[in-house]
Design a binder for this molecule. Structure first.
Ligand code: FE
Length: 391
């Protein structure tokens, strides 16, 4: 038996934040990050809409990027004191991810992180509160997914939490909130969304329920990302929807080794943090070539769906990877890790441990081709120097 889970309601369109006026309840806590929601006036709007609905509002502010276990516990404590029946999180991936974990500790103060890190092992939520997620960046789609990433800084570990219990009840996909994103962030988060859709489509857990969402998302990202990057507001709007479709697909079909590799290299090198979406964009064409050596048919489906031509699967795969290269150039994303600026000696030094970590990442299990740490290391070497994977 398989399961396909989405939020009960997805409100979308410019100004859909106003949906908050129609929420029924007593008390809502709003969880936000460091300031952009406040600075651009969206937080004040949300508060006044909820007050109009007769709801008492409390705030939990300043969730940091890559939220910590401590922040989650502080938020859960604030919730236990305030006893909200709605948890509302607004902003990028971080405040929404943090709020999802706070929700679990609010409802079950005695559970531990160890109980939650086993995938799909959450206790039954919604005993005390329901959850509204309002995304402001067009990439992670955490407003519709069953995932949250929390960092334990004392152990240097990122905990990926996964359970359909934390799929929000309501997602508000208001593109006005994404209009203020800087171009570089729009490029990275847009390529992250493309990677979500491609990896979901070829995942071992792909299904007739996730395929149409993934294909449509790929088509829309390719159509709208360049103009969105250039600041076109209509294209931004379409990208906000495209990333959400990609999120619905990967929340149910999971991902693959592009994400495994991005997770384990993001903070691995002293020469600089590699932003998640940028890492995905660099790795994606190499991984397609590697995976397609086992089975190219689903990548060929993608290529045909977006109108690329080729007589054989190999020609279609080359056209697809060429397309991704073209977008990366257009969006000023480097083609190799060397070009990104990772030091060669440090790369060689850390190659083995990074490869082992990536092979063991939670996203590796649903990749369409199995991968050993040794193969992972060869793949990273191709990505560093810009050579074709021929194994
Ligand atoms: Fe991602």
């Amino acid at each position: 038996m398989a399961r396909f889970t989405l939020p009960r309601d997805i409100y979308y369109g410019k100004g859909s934040l106003e949906t908050l006026k129609t929420i029924k309840g007593r008390k809502a806590i709003i969880v936000v990050g460091g300031g952009s929601m406040k600075k651009f006036g969206f937080l004040d709007k949300a508060i006044s809409y909820l007050q109009e609905a007769g709801i008492e509002v409390s705030l939990f502010e300043n969730v940091e990027p890559d939220p910590s276990v401590e922040t989650v516990m502080n938020g859960a404590r604030a919730m236990q004191e305030f006893q909200p029946d709605w948890i509302i999180s607004m902003g990028g991936g971080s405040p929404i991810d943090a709020a999802k974990a706070m929700w679990a500790f609010y409802e079950y103060p005695d559970i531990s992180f160890d109980d939650l890190i086993t995938p799909f092992n959450f206790p039954e939520l919604r005993q005390k509160a329901k959850f509204i997620a309002i995304g402001s960046t067009s990439g992670t789609a955490t407003e519709v997914t069953a995932f949250s990433v929390i960092t334990d800084y004392s152990k240097g570990i990122k905990y990926p939490l996964a359970d359909f219990n934390i799929t929000p009840d309501i997602a508000i996909v208001d593109p006005v909130l994404a209009e203020t994103m800087p171009a570089r962030l729009a490029a990275h988060t847009g390529m992250d969304a493309l990677t979500h859709a491609v990896e979901a489509y070829v995942s071992t857990l792909n299904s007739p329920f996730t395929d149409p969402l993934a294909l449509k998302a790929i088509d829309m990202v390719l159509k709208y990302l360049p103009d969105s990057y250039d600041g076109d507001s209509d294209a931004r709007e379409q990208m906000h929807y495209a990333q959400c479709l990609a999120g619905m697909a990967f929340s149910n079909a999971l991902l693959g080794i592009v994400h495994s590799m991005a997770h384990k290299t993001g903070a691995a090198f002293s020469t600089g943090h590699i932003p998640h979406g940028c890492a995905n964009a660099i790795y994606l064409p190499y991984v397609i070539k590697y995976n397609a050596k086992k089975d190219a048919s689903r990548y060929a489906d993608i290529a045909r769906y977006i109108g690329l031509e080729g007589k054989t699967d190999e020609e279609l795969i080359n056209a697809l990877c060429g397309k991704i290269d073209e977008y990366n150039r257009r969006l000023s994303i480097p083609r190799t890790l060397k070009e990104f600026g990772i030091d060669e000696n440090e790369f060689k030094e850390k190659l083995q441990s990074v490869s082992e970590n990536a092979a063991g990442d939670a996203c590796t299990g649903s990749n369409p081709r199995s991968v050993t740490p040794e193969e992972m290391s060869r793949l990273f070497t191709c990505i560093y120097y810009g050579t074709e994977p021929d194994f």
